[in-house]
Design a protein around this ligand. Structure first.
Ligand code: GRE
Ligand code: ZN
Length: 326
């Protein structure tokens, strides 16, 4: 399929590039690094070769969220967004951008998002999970009350917010002791991000701000597959839910969430997601350069779904969600 749009597609600059070192085989680092730093050569080459018209670009992970110093987090977020805007401006027909945000200070984060959307033309934000704030040993999640004024601004700006994975801190990772291969994209990224998304849903955030659009990668981080059980465990007891939100979790998932195919190139899994949430809320992405555009595109172009669904998932859902004029 030509004209595909991807929205979990990463870049990096010198300030945060080392955050991506160590996830893949050390022999791959030079290549991965060059792909993260490149915009117009390898990246566009892959896009042209595999029918990807546009990448909506975002900074690598955990980047800003792992900078406990608030002033430094704010400064590096701004610098990264400025550098990204410069690159996007060179090829506005092929690239758009999501803002990196200093969630360490909700007010600065809201201001930076406003600046990115209103002045730099960005079409949303991408945040890498919890933030470390002032101390290395802290993990602050986005459902907490101090973030609600920030969420109000996200709703007013009417731009999507991509909740992207990061690893839990070592102090939160006892379950992985002795099994480091379960960290990162194998399992820990998805577990961390799924629980964070569930916290948003059961907090009541979407009762207050019902027009928020949250995006999850990796085919929804396992949530579609678990959605029935989340709302229906022990249903014979007929006990009401014990959380502050007013509705069932699935209702928020189906009205405030969108998922992408990033790094999860499996037709069976995508069909399960279609059965849970319909094809209007699923969007193609590759997760370049941690994954290959080739692997994503060859799988997606040949997946056993209907052609109307392929066009929606590959392209038109992104045009509608981000209000792209292409
Ligand atoms: C990502 O950000 O998507 C990512 C990493 C590290 C390894 C794999 C991966 O940051 O998908
Ligand atoms: Zn990613």
């Amino acid at each position: 399929m030509d004209g595909k749009i991807g929205l979990e597609e990463h870049v990096s600059f010198n300030d945060t590039i080392e955050d991506s070192n160590g996830f893949l085989d050390p022999g791959i680092w030079d290549e991965l690094k060059s792909r993260l730093l490149d915009f117009h050569v390898k990246r566009l080459g892959f896009m042209d070769q595999f029918g990807m018209e546009m990448m909506i670009l975002s900074l690598n992970a955990p980047a800003i969220q792992a900078i406990p110093d608030i002033a430094q987090a704010t400064e590096i977020a701004k610098r990264s967004n400025d550098l990204l805007a410069e690159q996007v401006a060179k090829k506005p027909d092929r690239f758009h951008a999501l803002a990196a945000l200093p969630m360490q200070d909700p007010e600065s984060a809201a201001q930076e998002l406003q600046r990115c959307v209103n002045e730099l033309g960005f079409c949303g934000a991408l945040v890498n999970g919890f933030s470390q704030i002032e101390q290395e040993e802290s993990a602050v999640y986005l459902d907490l009350r101090q973030y609600w004024p920030f969420w109000k601004i996200v709703q007013e700006l009417d731009v999507p917010f991509y909740l992207h994975p990061r690893n839990p801190l070592p102090s939160m990772s006892q379950i992985y002791d002795g099994h480091p291969w379960l960290l990162g994209p194998t399992w820990a990224f998805g577990q961390e991000t799924a629980v964070h998304a569930l916290r948003l849903m059961c907090s009541g955030l979407f009762d207050e701000y019902p027009d928020l659009n949250i995006i999850l990668g990796h085919m929804g981080e396992g949530l579609p597959y678990s959605m029935w059980r989340i709302d229906n465990r022990n249903s014979w007891v007929k006990a009401p839910p014990q959380y502050p939100a007013k509705k069932k979790i699935a209702e928020y998932f189906n009205s405030n969430f969108h998922i992408t195919t990033s790094g999860n190139f499996r037709t069976q899994t995508m069909i399960d997601a279609i059965l849970e949430m319909g094809s209007d809320r699923i969007l193609f992405s590759s997760d370049y350069p941690f994954e290959g555009v080739e692997e994503a595109a060859v799988w997606f172009d040949n997946a056993s779904i209907s052609e109307p669904d392929r066009i929606k998932i590959g392209r038109t859902n992104a045009i509608n969600l981000f209000k792209l004029s292409i």
